[in-house]
Every structure is written in structure tokens, then in C-alpha cells.
Unconditional design. Structure first.
Length: 208
């Protein structure tokens, strides 16, 4: 029993009770399940497919059918690209959440920025992030180096929404679509090697 009801009175007068409740919920099993929703949903679908096939055939043929289906999905280029891009989207979301925790890009109460949506692009992934009160786009811009290193990317860009400053867009750049896939050597390099240009370093002789 607190003396003079001090603790109870402070608890009733605390204006951040909802913040503390959210932090507890975020660290609870429900919050962990929400962050790992894609993986849990995939496991649930595989378990349901395994149970449904097991009612028709034996367990051995069920595993063979699932393995053949996964092999077919990975063999087709279109579906393989789809799976690969979705994998990088999920990985980027987890890495962004980990970066916000390690780089202290969160509020004083421990609330991390809310990652609204992540979708693949031609050069990588694009993520929409909702900043909590106490976090801004400039905080992410100050950690560009950590951001691209955390996502295993070539580069990263942070763009603030022109109307809503608490909404930012993070572009994870993994490849350069304008880069040449094969470099063609110029024939002038071979001619220069055979016939050095007068006054060049190849034509100069060492002093006696």
C-alpha cells in the first residue's frame, strides 16, 4: 500500500498511460506476432496444405507433392522473381526495425516508427514509414550510412512527404539498372599501346 496514495495518484495523473500500454503491447507476444506476421502466415498456409494433402494421400507423398510444387515455383522465372522480391521486402522491414532500435530512432517511451508498407521496385524496395512524435525525417537522413549497411544495399534515400511531414519514404537501392552488363574495350587502347602518343609517359626514356 503506497504511503498517502502517492503511487496511485501519480499513476492516475500520468498523461502517458496510453504510451506505456502501447509499449507493453508492442513487446508482448501479440506485438511479436504482428512483426513476424508474414512468416507466421506462410507457415500456417504450409501447415494447412500439409494437413489437407495428408487426408488424401500418405505423408510421404504429401512431402513429395509439396517439394515438387516449391521446385516448380522456383523454376519458373516469373514466380521466382516474385518470391525473391517479396523476400527482400520482408528482410528490409525487419532490418529497418532493428536499425531503429540499435540507432535509437525511437521515442523516449520506446515506440519505434511504424512501417506501413514495403513493396519491390526496379532497383530495390520502397518503404513507407510513419514517424512517431519525437522522430522526424532528418533523423533518418543522419543515419543513411547505417541504413544502407543494415539493409545490405548499395544506397538508401530518405524522402519526406511534402504535405505530411511525419510520413517518409525510404528507397533501398540494390542495383543500378542503367549500368552496362558488359564493358566493351575500345580499339583505341590497343592502338595507343602499339603506337604511344608523342610526349606520353610510355614514350619517355629514363634519364642517363
Amino acid at each position: 500500500m503506497p504511503k498517502n496514495g502517492g503511487t496511485g495518484r501519480n499513476q492516475r495523473n500520468n498523461p502517458y498511460q496510453l504510451e506505456e500500454l502501447f509499449v507493453k503491447c508492442h513487446r508482448s507476444p501479440a506485438g511479436i506476432a504482428w512483426r513476424w506476421r508474414t512468416e507466421l502466415l506462410t507457415l500456417a498456409v504450409l501447415a494447412a496444405a500439409l494437413w489437407w494433402l495428408d487426408t488424401w494421400v500418405t505423408l510421404t507423398w504429401t512431402c513429395v507433392a509439396l517439394a515438387g510444387f516449391l521446385g516448380l515455383v522456383l523454376a519458373v522465372p516469373h514466380s521466382r522473381r516474385f518470391i525473391t522480391r517479396r523476400f527482400w521486402c520482408v528482410l528490409a522491414r525487419h532490418r529497418l526495425q532493428r536499425l531503429c532500435y540499435e540507432a535509437r530512432l525511437h521515442t523516449r517511451s520506446g515506440r519505434l516508427p511504424l512501417i506501413l508498407w514495403t513493396r519491390p521496385t526496379k532497383v530495390g524496395e520502397r518503404t513507407w514509414v510513419l514517424c512517431r512524435a519525437g522522430i522526424c525525417a532528418e533523423d533518418f537522413e543522419a543515419h543513411i550510412g547505417e541504413l544502407r549497411a543494415a539493409c545490405y544495399a548499395r544506397d538508401a534515400r530518405v524522402t519526406r512527404n511534402r504535405r505530411w511531414s511525419h510520413l517518409i519514404t525510404i528507397d533501398i537501392i540494390r542495383r543500378d539498372t542503367l549500368a552496362a552488363s558488359e564493358l566493351i574495350a575500345s580499339p583505341l587502347e590497343r592502338l595507343t599501346a602499339l603506337y604511344p602518343v608523342p610526349g606520353s609517359a610510355d614514350e619517355q626514356e629514363p634519364a642517363a
